[in-house]
Write a protein that binds this ligand. Structure first.
Ligand code: HAM
Length: 449
């Protein structure tokens, strides 16, 4: 039998996984710098968490959820996003009870949506997101934009487009929806079947429709900006002014309504098209929400957040040749010369790992050529050769793969010797993270580290 990947899923292996780790760790460290801490919530949740309202109009909730009954006949859903799970965790764990706001959460993990797979669109994909909950302020809103913008800049994205829109407060949205119903009702026969339904459930969703005929109708539809209440308008102007003050470029786009029902006030998305023309859709998006925490059983607390799609970010970085540099090579490749020396090589490699070096022992009887070939493939800095003589004399031969210099070292002096290979006369002390010849302090590294 031929076992295939489930449609819309993919393996992330070896080097690719290391690149993912690098992207993710940049997001994590930046989020921690901004005071966010990690929330690890389950991948499975009761379906009602996402389907809170029978009239939910988002495609994600209506059409894309992986929902099934478990053996206890409970309806379970593989999470299609992280925001509702964070809201549930805050409520279940009564994190609001201490009155210490904002609650700042970040999360990273797989989410699931039954979408049509295409470049940058999967059915299982990774999201990194943050939620800032409990303080209803443009400063909280803008902080999430700053964090997401800085993260993408730090990864190397230059011509990023931040598109922002304001959906206003509930009153503004209700007035706008009425105007949309009035405009679209006479056009209903020209609309796609989905939009006919959207007109009943939530006409805002029509603005987002990708069908060209509907887009043509949307062009002349009323604009959200005309229906914002004074407080919503003022809030949006203040938000924009703050963005200007912190130097984040933006573009107001009234077509951004976002695909989820919980948003109010600002919504935003990041767009990027690579030089080769690769467009995978939004790299990330988010916005402000007023009612989500109360909808999942908590007090009325506002929140704001965003999520990035890691696959989309990775594929654009790859397409642009901007993937972060990997420093993946082995420090030592330990090579037994003959079957009888394998066990010593095995023990020496383990010893080196306990000293903090990345080491591999070759555990098969291989020719010199094959062993050095492997050392090259694994980007090893040093080979450690162990033959019968070395076993007998309690020593090893250490060979610098680049310079070919080699030295016989007694086992009891091995630690001191390998430490000297990797020590450097820079002045940064133990905090030095430079990994090439020249140190940031101007000193010189003798080894790889
Ligand atoms: P979202 O826009 O649905 O927002 O998803 C966030 C990001 O996930 C998108 O911008 C995109 O990069 C990525 N993404 C979405 N669908 C796919 C897919 N099928 N394949 C690959 N990547 C995808 C949310 O999920 C909100 N929870 C964000 C948020 C947080 N709003 C407030 N707080």
């Amino acid at each position: 039998m031929d076992f295939q990947l489930v449609k819309g899923t993919h393996d992330i292996i070896n080097k690719e996984a290391r690149f993912y780790q690098q992207i993710e760790s940049l997001f994590i460290s930046l989020a921690e710098l901004y005071g966010y801490s990690e929330f690890r919530t389950p991948i499975i949740e009761y379906s009602e968490l996402f389907k809170r309202d029978q009239n939910d109009s988002s495609d994600m909730v209506r059409k894309q959820m992986y929902t099934f009954n478990d053996l206890g006949n409970r309806s379970i859903t593989l999470r299609p996003e992280g925001t509702a799970s964070v809201a549930r965790a805050i409520v279940n764990n009564k994190l609001y009870a201490e009155n210490d706001f904002p609650i700042k959460a970040y999360y990273l993990g797989p989410v699931f949506r039954y979408e049509r797979p295409k470049a940058g669109t999967y059915r299982q994909f990774l999201q990194f997101g943050i939620e800032n909950i409990g303080i209803d302020s443009i400063y909280a809103d803008v902080e999430t934009i700053i964090l997401s913008y800085r993260a993408l800049k730090m990864l190397g994205f230059k011509n990023l487009k931040l598109k922002i829109n304001c959906l206003g407060d509930q009153e503004s949205r209700e007035n706008y929806k009425k105007a949309l119903v009035k405009y679209f009702t006479p056009l209903i026969d020209k609309m796609c079947p989905d939009c006919k339904e959207r007109l009943k459930l939530n006409p805002l969703r029509i603005i987002d429709c990708k069908v060209p005929e509907d887009q043509a109708l949307v062009k002349d539809a009323p604009k959200m900006g005309e229906y914002l209440s004074k407080t919503s308008k003022d809030r949006f102007v203040n938000t924009i002014n703050l963005l200007k003050e912190v130097g984040i470029p933006y573009e107001i786009d009234e077509g951004i309504v976002r695909g989820l029902d919980y948003y109010s006030h600002i919504v935003y998305e990041f767009e990027y098209i690579s030089k080769s023309g690769l467009n995978v859709g939004a790299l990330g998006g988010g916005g402000h929400y007023d009612n989500l925490i109360s909808e999942v059983g908590g007090p009325k607390l506002a929140g704001v957040g965003f999520a990035f799609g890691i696959e989309r970010i990775y594929s654009l970085l790859k397409d642009e040749g901007m993937l972060p540099k990997l420093n993946d090579g082995f420090d030592f490749m330990v090579m037994p010369i003959g079957e009888a020396c394998i066990s010593r090589a095995f023990i020496v490699a383990d010893f080196l790992r306990m000293l903090g070096y990345k080491a591999e022992a070759i555990i098969e009887n291989k020719s010199f050529k094959a062993m050095f070939h492997k050392a090259e493939r694994k980007e090893a800095s040093y080979a450690i050769l162990i033959g019968e003589n070395e076993v007998k004399n309690n020593e090893v031969i250490i060979k610098n793969i680049k310079t070919q210099e080699q030295k016989v070292v007694k086992n009891k002096e091995l630690k001191e010797f390998v430490d000297s290979l990797f020590s450097h006369d820079c002045h940064c002390g133990d905090d030095c993270h430079c990994d090439d010849g020249d140190c940031c302090c101007g000193g010189d590294h003798h080894g790889k580290k």
